[in-house]
Ligand binder design. Structure first.
Ligand code: SOE
Length: 387
């Protein structure tokens, strides 16, 4: 039977526009999904550049005003891959227009924006999902499965870091294309909303809700030239952010993110220590987990390095033969495949807007605690209470 087409309208053509487009193109070639994604239109302000992006990726048409795209009758799904300050307005309008909405992370610049987006999506009853892609790295999904099987026993510790080094130079401007992540008005925050948000999303998924946090942040470079105004302006983002957390399951956690860890480009690592077992994952070696199980026979007990490429590992049977690994971009393809499957079955695909709202509520509490220098409680959304 012929599949139903799903007409996609993408907004934004930067790094994430490419990552999402690649997923749209690959999904139905490798996964047996109930819809055929059609790259119907791409939208961005610069007509020449959006045209060239459309030609390169095979989008059928272009728009330069997102409102026109949202109003188009031939678009089923709006994908928001534009900077953070555009997410809320577009998502709310798209939900009201009855479109399915996908949004790049973080959902909002803060919990208030994320709440408005969640309310709009839920009252319009439209399928919605946020691109926290690292959940769909097969090794991370395997960790989730192992935790759900109860192999770790009671969890005592969760430890996560996301380290980069690309903003150390004083000469790096803030603002404008490619550098909006340094402009607080556009990004909402620095590494807290950008990198810690990833670690928090994974942590809430793997280890359940966070009750309270105590944090510290630092802005190492206080002033930078702003590319849009041409003036040297104060820097409003956090360059580094670290926090302690208590999870609802009683475990303790440490989280750290920075763009000032010389030599580290995207070192996202996480570790879980339970009563029976521990596990470690590292984005730079993304197809492995290190796993230790105390119940192994004593004389052979030790850390196992598991290469996640077998057909019985999550997602892997859809790719090559055992032993051949996949990479970063595949996590987006997995997420989109899961989304299409869920839409076909009339189910929600996680992380939904409500799940991502829970992450924004943790990042809000982190930023608040860094100011008050006190422990701050995390308001519990519904998703934050569901494991
Ligand atoms: C920042 O450099 C960044 O591109 C994030 O915005 C992405 O979400 C992360 O996956 C990689 O790093």
């Amino acid at each position: 039977m012929a599949k139903k087409n799903l007409n996609i309208g993408l907004i934004g053509y930067g790094f994430m526009g490419r990552a999402h487009s690649n997923a749209f193109r690959q999904t139905s070639r490798f996964f047996d999904v109930p819809y055929e994604p059609v790259l119907k239109a791409v939208c961005a302000r610069n007509p020449e550049r959006v045209k060239s992006f459309a030609e390169k990726w095979g989008y059928e048409s272009i728009e330069t005003d997102w409102r026109k795209l949202v109003a188009r009758k031939d678009i089923d799904l709006i994908d928001i891959a534009s900077p953070n300050d555009t997410h809320a307005e577009i998502a709310v309008a798209a939900a009201k227009a009855g479109k399915m909405v996908l949004c790049e992370k973080p959902l909002g610049r803060d919990g208030n924006e994320a709440k408005a987006m969640t309310d709009a999506a839920e009252s319009a009853k439209i399928p919605n999902m946020v691109w926290y892609n690292y959940r769909r790295v097969p090794a991370v999904t395997l960790l989730k499965n192992l935790l759900d099987e109860g192999r770790f026993g009671k969890i005592f510790h969760y430890r996560a870091k996301f380290l980069q080094d690309w903003t150390i130079s004083q000469d790096l401007p803030q603002g404008g294309e490619g550098l909006w992540r340094l402009d607080v008005a556009v990004a909402g925050s620095g590494v807290t909303g950008d990198l810690l948000a990833h670690t928090i999303d994974t942590a809430l998924w793997l280890n359940g809700p966070i009750n309270e946090v105590v944090a510290m942040t630092e802005t190492f470079i206080k002033q930078r030239k702003h590319n849009l105004t041409g003036r040297v302006e104060p820097v409003g983002i956090d360059d580094a952010s670290a926090f302690l957390a208590r999870f609802q399951n009683g475990s303790l956690a440490t989280f750290e993110a920075t763009r000032y860890a010389r030599g580290h480009k995207a070192l996202y690592t996480l570790e879980i220590n339970g009563e029976h077992a521990s596990a470690l994952w590292d984005l730079h070696d993304l197809h492995r987990i290190q796993y230790f199980d105390h119940r192994d026979e004593g004389k052979l007990r030790g850390w196992r390095s598991v290469h996640i490429t077998d057909a019985d590992h999550p997602y892997m049977k859809h790719w090559w033969v055992p032993g051949l690994q996949i990479g970063y971009e595949h996590s987006f393809t997995h997420q989109f495949a899961d989304f299409l499957q869920a839409v076909g079955e009339g189910k929600a695909a996680a992380p939904t807007f409500r799940d991502a709202l829970a992450t924004d509520q943790v990042t809000d509490a982190v930023l608040k605690s860094a100011k008050t220098r006190q422990w701050e409680a995390v308001p519990h959304s519904k998703a934050n209470q569901v494991a």
